[in-house]
Design a protein around this ligand. Structure first.
Ligand code: BTN
Length: 257
């Protein structure tokens, strides 16, 4: 893939002004990490294929080459570390909004950072903060969106999907990228000003878990409870048999209902 071709789709003023495009990398998050020091806010690292795509909690992210989007966005917001949890919600919200406008579908945001269609995941997000001598150099928001993949490995069939599987139509990957970057730009003002409420309110509109009994797996121990609300830092308040308990995005392996 060529940066110039992708650039011709991009309309955001900040996100995608600078694009590093590759055929194959280990992981776009890892490449972004090596470029972060000299990169400006909104720089994109994108690849047709990853040989070691990473998911949360040391899982892998498998994506068929040239069919989907696997990219990382470098952002340099001056926000308090306790608001990092909101960054995943921010990215998930931006993806959901973009898919709704381009593909006319209504995705569901699943806390903390998956985006779903028909109960299966089509988008995963891995946010990583990068520090340089204890100073925050920036945050890498890695996004994988399954677009035109028609077949998934057997072990993923029941949990993964793509826009092609849902709509029956092939979609233009870079039009979707451009739409995601537009929404990221729009929502960025809330992030930059530390106004997590705007992100949380937007995200809640795409969630179906509130008021329902859900299970989250923390340190391999499942905890059941009613999903009550999100805190300002993106943490989830669950009503369990011990009362209200708060869970942070980074601590949770799986959330289901
Ligand atoms: C998850 O659902 O566990 C997160 C998956 C994140 C995958 C994306 S693909 C682009 C970027 N590079 C990576 O290695 N991972 C993220």
């Amino acid at each position: 893939m060529k940066a110039k071709e992708i650039q011709s789709y991009v309309t955001s003023q900040i996100f995608g002004k600078k694009i590093f495009a590759y055929e194959v990398v280990e992981s776009t998050n890892t490449t972004a990490k090596s470029l972060i020091q000299d990169s400006t806010d909104g720089t994109i690292v994108i690849a047709d294929a990853q040989t070691a795509g990473r998911g949360r909690l040391k899982r892998e992210w498998l994506s068929e080459p040239k069919k989907n989007l696997t990219f990382s966005v470098i952002i340099k917001p001056e926000i308090a570390p306790e608001l990092f949890g909101v960054l995943s919600l921010y990215a998930g919200l931006s993806v959901a909004e973009a898919i709704e406008s381009v593909a006319k579908l209504r995705p569901v945001c699943k806390w903390p950072n998956d985006v779903m269609l028909n109960g299966k995941k089509f988008c995963g997000i891995l946010s990583e903060a990068v520090f340089n001598r204890e100073m925050l150099a920036g945050v890498i928001v890695g996004i994988g969106i399954n677009i035109n993949q028609s077949i998934f490995p057997r072990e993923l069939e029941s949990i993964a999907t793509s826009l092609l599987q849902v709509t029956g139509k092939e979609l233009d990957r870079f039009s979707i990228l451009a739409a995601v970057l537009d929404r990221m730009e729009y929502n960025y003002t809330s992030i930059k000003t530390g106004n997590s409420t705007g992100i949380i309110e937007g995200w809640k509109k795409y969630s179906t878990m509130f008021g329902k009994e859900i299970t989250i797996n923390q340190d391999k121990h499942p905890v059941r409870g009613i999903a009550k609300r999100l805190d300002d830092d993106g943490g989830l308040i669950l009503l369990t048999n011990k009362g209200e308990e708060k869970f942070l995005a980074g601590d949770v392996a799986l959330c289901s209902w």
